[in-house]
Design a binder for this molecule. Structure first.
Ligand code: NAD
Length: 328
């Protein structure tokens, strides 16, 4: 086997393996490996593809957002796609992100740091202030219609404080206390336990029986306006305040940061506070604050260039593994 064909074979094996993991994670809501192992293999594939762009195939997980659509739900076409985020794992990679941003925009950049909530992306549409449709991210372009399930989630307003026609996005998650209670009950009933709150939230929200969803105590944090309607907002930090004002649950821990030092201080602070939060986070999302600057940077095929996700180290990344038998 030549060196080139062995690298091509490695890329193919990684693609197949990652696509299989992603199917279990996104479609079945039952991951077979811990996230950090998925992330390590994904990083290997990214490195191979960067060195050998000719090996990139359309079915590579680096070219696609999320997973497939579960049978049984109506499909929803997203007018504005839902993207993923590029990951970083250390301070050097954050410095490199900041340098890329400043190379394109100049030095006048403010960032917003937000907690990376470990749940499921949702998109909510309101017409004249009434909740009319809710969907999963799906593959980013087509999601699943989970309107009836989302109606059972108490923090989602059925009517806004103003009669706005807007589309908002964020995360639906299961608080840690609900997760522990659910797994205890399932164990006692001889049922399989969920691997972590994220998968429990996904399994609960994408349940064809909405009475099951209603019992699972899900919560939400909204963080993006996909369609502003009449709202005039020019930056992310103000958008979060506006979302809160019109009736959405937003995460209070957001912070404006002027440079990498302030970003890193925020990361360290929440790395320490993480285990005391009542919900699971798997990192910190760093976003360019100004929307016109976001527009200048734009998107890659999979993720915005104006944001990145710092992932916490793996040894602390999985808090609920004791009960799960991974396949590796
Ligand atoms: P991601 O989870 O790394 O990041 C993107 C997502 O972050 C967004 O879609 C959004 O839902 C979420 N998010 C949470 N808080 C946010 C905030 N404040 N602002 C913006 N977004 C926020 O990307 P992904 O494409 O959803 O999933 C990839 C990750 O899923 C992998 O890194 C891996 O850890 C995990 N995964 C695991 C397996 C497995 O088998 N264990 C398989 C596939 C994927």
């Amino acid at each position: 086997m030549t060196e080139q064909s062995s690298i091509a074979e490695q890329a193919r094996a990684l693609r197949d393996q990652l696509n299989q993991y992603a199917y279990q994670y996104y479609v079945m809501d039952q991951p077979t490996v811990p996230d950090h192992l998925y992330d390590e293999q994904y990083a290997k594939l990214v490195a191979i593809e960067a060195a050998h762009p000719e090996l990139i195939t359309p079915d590579s997980p680096t070219q696609r957002v999320g997973g497939l659509i579960q049978e049984g739900f109506q499909k929803v076409v997203h007018d504005v796609p839902l993207y993923s985020l590029n990951d970083v794992f250390n301070q050097e990679e954050i410095i490199a992100f900041d340098q890329r941003v400043k190379k394109a925009l100049g030095d006048q950049v403010t960032y917003v740091c937000e907690l990376k909530i470990d749940g499921l992306s949702i998109s909510l549409k309101y017409q004249e202030g009434r909740f009319v449709q809710g969907a999963t991210r799906g593959d980013g372009t087509i999601g699943e219609d989970i309107t009836e399930n989302l109606k059972t989630v108490r923090s989602i307003p059925m009517t806004l404080k103003e009669p706005l026609s807007i589309e908002v996005r964020g995360e639906c998650f299961m608080p840690k206390s609900s997760f522990v209670k659910l797994n205890t009950e399932r164990e006692a009933a001889g049922l399989d336990v969920f691997a972590n709150p994220r998968n429990a939230a996904a399994g609960s929200l994408r349940n064809l029986d909405t009475s099951v969803t209603a019992k699972r105590n899900l919560d939400t944090f909204l963080y993006t306006l996909a369609d502003f309607g009449p709202l005039e907002v020019s930056d992310q930090y103000t958008a979060l305040a506006e979302l809160q004002k019109i009736g959405f649950h937003t995460n209070p821990e957001r912070r404006l940061c002027q440079n990498v030092e302030e970003i890193w201080a925020y990361i360290e602070e929440f790395h320490d506070k993480r285990s005391n939060l009542p919900y699971e986070i798997d990192g910190v999302v760093i976003k360019v604050n100004d929307f016109s600057q976001q527009e200048d940077l734009g998107f890659t095929i999979k993720a915005p260039r104006w944001a990145t996700a710092y992932k916490f180290p793996p040894e602390e990344a999985q808090t609920y593994l004791e009960d799960i038998e991974w396949t590796v």
